[in-house]
Design a protein around this ligand. Structure first.
Ligand code: GLU
Length: 293
């Protein structure tokens, strides 16, 4: 076993579709080709987007597609205390501040937070924002190449804890990647734009920075990102081979002539070539998680 630890972290917002299968299979192939481990995490903090039963359905579908977690499946809704501790550390370090700004307060600033709360504090619970200061974060993506983001210009001081009491995606994801000992984050290119925020949080909390690889998104006929919420053609757990082949093709891999899931996966690992994966720039397809400004 190598020290490689990868993961797939679906949000239970619907059934697994081709887009999420590509992210699952891509992260699984990277891990297996490196002789490493692959771990699963259910990201169920956003109750408004959650579909009852979706988490179990996703796990069962992944198993039918030959992919199972090498360790316990982590469920974010059971880990709130860990996220609260990370928030306290950010507050104690002077990195996070309370903010009562509403969407309309931010309108004159083109949605980018002006780095100080412009609303009048009320009795209402505030959100907590991260002070990004002059941070410019660069990283080398294994598929998309060199990246660089000036956080103040691109996203501004962003929310790490929402006013409705829910830990924001950006904070939960880095707490859990560290807790699961993740060395390599392989996921859809809609999260490329989130990575600098996550690296900044890792720096502030003294957590290790994993390597990153962002996979090409599967787009619908209109050029939009295929989302589980669209109920866009869920993959068929009863007949996994066609979708597995389509996912391999999407990742630019040669599709082996195997006729069982296990044989197909085994041959796909042996033939896995990262250089064949097409680089995609996230462009307009930025994940919904990024909206937490
Ligand atoms: N839970 C996120 C999603 O389903 C993925 C988070 C990640 O891979 O960092 O879009």
């Amino acid at each position: 076993m190598s020290g490689y630890r990868g993961r797939f972290a679906p949000s239970p917002t619907g059934r697994l579709h081709l887009g999420s299968l590509v992210a699952a299979l891509g992260s699984w192939l990277f891990a297996r080709a490196a002789g490493g481990q692959w771990l699963l995490r259910i990201e169920d903090l956003d109750h408004d987007r959650e579909v009852p039963g979706a988490a179990q359905d996703i796990l069962a579908t992944l198993a039918a597609f030959g992919m199972q977690s090498d360790g316990p499946v982590i469920v974010q809704s059971e880990r709130i205390e860990r996220y609260a501790a990370a928030l306290r550390e950010l507050q104690d370090g002077g990195h996070a501040y309370a903010c009562w700004c509403s969407r309309s307060d931010l309108e004159p600033h083109a949605g980018i937070h002006p780095a100080t709360c412009v609303a009048t504090p009320t009795a209402r619970t505030p959100a907590w924002r991260l002070r990004v200061g002059g941070a410019v974060i660069g990283f080398d993506d294994a598929i998309c190449g060199a990246q660089r983001q000036d956080l103040a210009r691109a996203v501004g001081d962003f929310v790490v804890w929402r006013a409705d009491g829910v830990c924001a995606y950006q904070l939960a994801v880095i707490v859990d990647d560290a807790a699961q000992g993740i060395t390599d984050v392989v996921r859809g290119a809609d999260l490329l734009d989130s990575t600098p925020r996550q690296i900044l949080l890792q720096q502030m909390l003294g957590l290790p920075r994993p390597r990153h690889a962002h996979l090409p998104l599967v787009l619908d006929a209109q050029g939009g990102k295929l989302g589980k919420q669209d109920a866009a053609c869920p993959v068929d757990a009863g007949d996994p081979l066609p979708a597995l082949r389509a996912a391999l093709r999407h990742l630019g891999q040669i599709v082996p002539p195997a006729d069982s899931v296990d044989a197909l996966l085994e041959q796909a690992v042996r033939g896995f070539d990262i250089h064949r994966i097409p680089a995609s720039s996230a462009g307009d397809h930025v994940a919904a998680h990024n909206a937490s400004r």
